[in-house]
Structure formats: structure tokens, C-alpha cells
Design a protein. Structure first.
Length: 340
């Protein structure tokens, strides 16, 4: 069976003919389906026919879409388009296999005769990540923004992240001795160019809203998969009240840092504030910073720095992060100095 599709493009002023033959899956899986078809009842045979057709359609559609990518002007655009086409075809095939597994269960429940499979041709069950999050961190004082990625799973060999268009935006692979050990937690923070170099508007275009697919494989071949909701709900930076910038404070007196509450961005509530007071340069390589890091509820507007934390005649930076419900956060920063 042959599918022929006509694709037009005004840029090239041509018609692109994309023809794809519908082919079966790998030979081993195909033989397994042949045996299942021959030695099972009518309900199961119908399920086998349906999954073959569905898989072939997915593969054919994938090649058609990859063929259409040739009209893209640049190599980078073609590569991204082809990556998205491959990913979309893989997702469709996974859906085909999930539907096949469900059909087999229904047929078995109806009493249909089924040959026992040596190995299930359906997609492997995916294990959710323990944690899979993407969020925006915007610095209202320095006028920049970046992306943060948090991942946690049982020992993994590799991890991939795909944006809502299906384009792979991140991949991490373990090798050598670390490949034998496997990874677990991963935190990635992107570069944060100033808005004079990359405007907030362009930054948000680069990282569109939607669900980002996070996939991976464990040391034993198990498959991990989760979806991370990513939004553009960015809070305003907290207004810092006290201490004022470069104020001179008495470390022997109770120091209270204060800020004003932040409104919910696009109706997404503020879920908390993170307050950080840090001595940025200790001169000790093994302990480059001394920091007080406190998470506060959304009703809080102040934190008391505990006695004994501050050193004499030292410069400190302090910042407050407003955190909204999907994790996006905005920082405001200031500084103060302690008396000798």
C-alpha cells in the first residue's frame, strides 16, 4: 500500500511529492504477531490487524513529515524539524502499542482464544520520574532570566527533554564508570543573558509554554517518562524594605529583613518566598560562601537573621524570591555591611 501526499511551499515555488510505503515493524515482532494472528480467536486477530495498520501509518506519516522538512531554509531548521517528526512518529507508535495492549485485555476478558506471547509487542510500561520540573528564574534587579531543570529518578543511563513541539532541547548521558554507577538527581541552570542581549519577549519565544516531555532509561533498561508543565506566569520582583542597600548594621542586634508581598501573576498564586542571606567570599575554597537559606509561607513579609550568623566587618548580599504555583520565581537583591 502506498501513501502519496502533495506538499506545497511558496518559498520554493515547487510541489514536493512524498511517497512512503507502509512497512511492518522489525522482523522478530512481525513473526510474533503472525503467530498470534494464526493461533488466536477473531477478536485477537482483529487487534493484530489494527496494531499493524496503526504502526505502519505512524512510520509512513513520520517519513512524510521528515520529507517535508527539506523545504526548511537552514540546516538548523531542517534538523529541528526532522527531530520533531521522529519524536511525533515515536509517540504515535507508543499510542498504537498501548491501544493494542488494551484490545488484547478486552479480548481476553471476552473469552477470546489467545496464543501466549513469548514477549509482548506492546510498549514497555513507563516509570514516572520522582521529580521532573522546568521553571523560569528572573532577576528583577539584574534584569536577566534563565531556565532551571530539576530531575530525579532511580539510577539512569540517559535523560532527554523535548519541548511542546517535540524538539529535543536537552540530553544527558552517563559513560564509563559513571555509566556503571548511573545518575539519580540532576539540576541544570541555563545561562542568564541580560535583557539588553536577549529581551524577555525573545526569551519566552525561545522557551514556549506547554508540556515538556522528560524521558530516560535506567541501568536495567527500564523506561522513565514524565511531563513537566511549563508556564509564563512570572511574578514581579519583591520590593525590599529593610535593610536598605549598603546599610551598616549591628551584628549583635537582631537583624530583620523585610519585603512587600507580591501579587499573583496571571491569577497564579504566590506559594512562598525564599530568603537568602549570603557572605559571598569567605576565602576558603572548600566553603566559598556562607549562606542562610529559608523558605517562608506566602503570608510572610520578614525573616529574623539568627544571632551568631553574621560576622563583623563583612559585606553580605540578601535576596528574596517570590515563587508562584508552577515554580517560576523572581528575585530581588540588595546588600548590607556589618559593623567592625
Amino acid at each position: 500500500m502506498l501513501h502519496v501526499r502533495i506538499i506545497t511551499t511558496q518559498r520554493c515555488g515547487i510541489l514536493l511529492l512524498a511517497a512512503t510505503a507502509l512497512v511492518h515493524p522489525a522482523q522478530g515482532a512481525d513473526d510474533e504477531l503472525d503467530e498470534l494472528y494464526r493461533e488466536s480467536g477473531s477478536c485477537t486477530r482483529t487487534a493484530v490487524s489494527a496494531v499493524r495498520s496503526c504502526r505502519s501509518e505512524a512510520q509512513g506519516e513520520g517519513w512524510v513529515q521528515r520529507g517535508a522538512c527539506n523545504i526548511q531554509a537552514s540546516r538548523e531548521e531542517r534538523s529541528g524539524c526532522e527531530e520533531a517528526a521522529r519524536t511525533a512518529a515515536g509517540r504515535i507508535r507508543d499510542l498504537c502499542d498501548e491501544q493494542f495492549e488494551a484490545r488484547l485485555e478486552v479480548c481476553a476478558a471476552l473469552g477470546d482464544r489467545q496464543r501466549k506471547l513469548r514477549r509482548a509487542p506492546a510498549a514497555e510500561k513507563k516509570i514516572p520520574f520522582k521529580d521532573a520540573r522546568l521553571k523560569i528564574e528572573l532577576n528583577a534587579t539584574d534584569k536577566d532570566a534563565g531556565i532551571q531543570l530539576f530531575i530525579d529518578a532511580d539510577p539512569w543511563k540517559f535523560i532527554e527533554v523535548y519541548d511542546p513541539k517535540g524538539v529535543r532541547v536537552f540530553r544527558s548521558v552517563t559513560r564509563g564508570s559513571l555509566g556503571k554507577q548511573g545518575g539519580t538527581e540532576l539540576f541544570l541552570e541555563s545561562a542568564e543573558p541580560n535583557f539588553s542581549e536577549l529581551s524577555l519577549e525573545k526569551f519566552l519565544e525561545r522557551f514556549p509554554e506547554g508540556e515538556y516531555e522528560v524521558t530516560g532509561e535506567g541501568l536495567e533498561g527500564e523506561k522513565f517518562a514524565s511531563r513537566a508543565k511549563f508556564t509564563h506566569n512570572i511574578p514581579d520582583g519583591p520590593v525590599l524594605v529593610a535593610p536598605t542597600k549598603n546599610a551598616l548594621v549591628d551584628r549583635n542586634s537582631s537583624l530583620v529583613v523585610q519585603w512587600r508581598p507580591v501579587a499573583a501573576p496571571n491569577g497564579s498564586p504566590i506559594v512562598g518566598y525564599e530568603v537568602i542571606v549570603v557572605k559571598p567570599d569567605t576565602g576558603i575554597p572548600a566553603l566559598p560562601k556562607i549562606a542562610l537559606d529559608v523558605m517562608m509561607p506566602p503570608t510572610a513579609t520578614s525573616v529574623t537573621v539568627p544571632a551568631g550568623f553574621l560576622l563583623p566587618n563583612s559585606m553580605y548580599e540578601w535576596e528574596v524570591l517570590a515563587i508562584e504555583a508552577t515554580g517560576n520565581q523572581t528575585i530581588s537583591t540588595s546588600s548590607f555591611r556589618t559593623m567592625p
